[in-house]
Design a protein around this ligand. Structure first.
Ligand code: NAD
Ligand code: MG
Length: 396
């Protein structure tokens, strides 16, 4: 059999690099067909040299010229494209078997939706797209026959612990609850009074995982777990009350499913994203992911705590927007993207993130989320308001 062609959206990021590592281990099974990055031309050029993709995509025409020149000099035949339309193009081409959706944030919406419409196998890391447009996505996947496989470690664990026919409904499968584990991030035990002065460096220093900066900050506020609650709601058609967040500081249990007969099935492993990436790529088979075997003797113990919804206000906001429905999750997601970017630039204190998110949620009206236009309009309104609130230094 010829290798599967994979388009990697966000190939220069943390998930993208781990994906390429798994591809490199299995050249007979996978081929990097298109590599897509935003602005890191040097890194993308190096990836093109190693993986020899058919396409490479960057943000704009100027960056594409730079990359094209370097590729030509190096004798590479890669076709260099730019812009969102090109991301969509390399996600829906007939030769593409699977699309790794690993762009961070709302920027991944259009290309991932293009992959869904074209009926591709979607390896979904980019949780923000499901948070923004879960209804639209799941509907598109149903119509096109696309296959959506979760890469987020928790959702990949839940997927592994659910029966193969979970699409007929969680209750029908005897599922009582999903137990969504959370490390609690770097500030699980930091006194509340010290949180105001947290620096971006401290927020990005996750105790167990090495990740991109946006998701690292989201982990520190636990917005990440909130986004994951919403992601689980759509992926597994779960009611909010069926999703229980469990703080588990060791990040060894990646999540679990609690069944009606009292059985709890969990997936365990070292905190290495190559495990869920490889499982999404090879499902229903399993392949070597280059991950160290789990040494339970070295781990010794596993701890569990209830989440603190007051300390981690963003987690509560996620449940609130699920209950509100419509575009409320898209509004929260957009506000949070602006808030995190401002925090990373030093324009907003750490505790300003939940405050800004809440203020934007209160001000932007919620509409229906069954069209791309509706979702994008809510996203734009929330971004504009969040940006102006930061400029006014409302939460400084
Ligand atoms: P990252 O910041 O390391 O990488 C992001 C990638 O997206 C880069 O390749 C960048 O070039 C690209 N990108 C950014 N903006 C873009 C734009 N406007 N257009 C095109 N490309 C753009 O992020 P990451 O940690 O790899 O996370 C990627 C996604 O995966 C996020 O949605 C995150 O929530 C999710 N995720 C990550 C992890 C992890 O361990 N890193 C775990 C679970 C889920
Ligand atoms: Mg996760």
């Amino acid at each position: 059999m010829s290798p599967q062609n994979i388009t990697v959206l966000g190939s220069t990021g943390s998930i993208g690099v781990s994906t390429l590592d798994v591809i490199r281990r299995h050249p007979e099974r996978y081929r990097a067909f298109a590599l897509c990055a935003h602005s890191q031309v040097d890194k993308l050029f190096e990836q093109c040299q190693v993986f020899r993709p058919v396409y490479a995509v960057v943000r704009d025409a100027a960056l594409a010229d730079v990359l094209r020149g370097r590729c030509q000099q190096a004798g590479l035949t890669v076709e260099v494209l730019s812009g969102v339309e090109s991301l969509e193009y390399v996600s829906r081409l007939p030769e593409v078997d699977a699309v790794m959706a690993a762009i961070v944030g709302a920027a991944g919406l259009r290309p991932t939706l293009a992959a869904a419409r074209a009926g591709k196998r979607i390896l979904l890391a980019n949780k923000e797209v499901l948070v923004m447009a879960g209804e639209l996505f799941m509907q598109t996947v149903r119509v096109s026959g696309a296959v959506m496989l979760p890469v987020d470690s928790e959702h990949n664990a839940i997927f592994q612990a659910l029966p193969p026919d979970f699409h007929r409904g969680l209750s029908a499968c005897g599922v009582r609850r999903i137990l969504l584990t959370a490390s609690g991030g770097p500030f699980r035990n930091t006194p509340l009074s010290a949180l105001h002065d947290v620096t971006p460096e401290a927020a990005c220093a996750h105790p167990n995982w090495v990740m991109g900066r946006k998701i690292s900050v989201d982990s520190a506020t636990m917005m990440n777990k909130g986004l994951e609650v919403i992601e689980a709601r759509w992926l597994f058609d779960a009611a909010p009350a069926q999703i229980q967040v469990v703080v588990h500081p060791q990040s060894v249990i990646h999540s679990a499913v609690d069944y009606a007969d009292g059985s709890v099935l969990a997936q365990l492993g070292n905190p290495d994203m190559r495990t869920p990436i490889a499982y999404a790529m090879s499902w229903p088979e399993r392949i070597d992911a280059g991950v160290e075997p789990l040494d339970l003797f070295k781990i010794g113990r596993l701890d569990f705590y209830e989440p603190d919804f007051e300390r981690f206000r963003c987690l509560q906001l996620a449940y609130d927007v699920l209950h509100a429905g419509g575009t409320a999750p898209a509004i929260l997601n957009a506000a949070n993207e602006v808030a995190v970017a401002a925090f990373l630039e030093g324009a907003l204190p750490f505790l300003g993130i939940p405050r800004l998110n809440e203020a934007v949620l209160q001000a932007v009206p919620v509409g229906g989320a069954d069209s791309l236009e509706g979702v994008c309009a809510a996203d734009a309104a929330a971004r504009a308001l969040a940006t102006s609130m930061i400029e006014e230094r409302r939460f400084a």
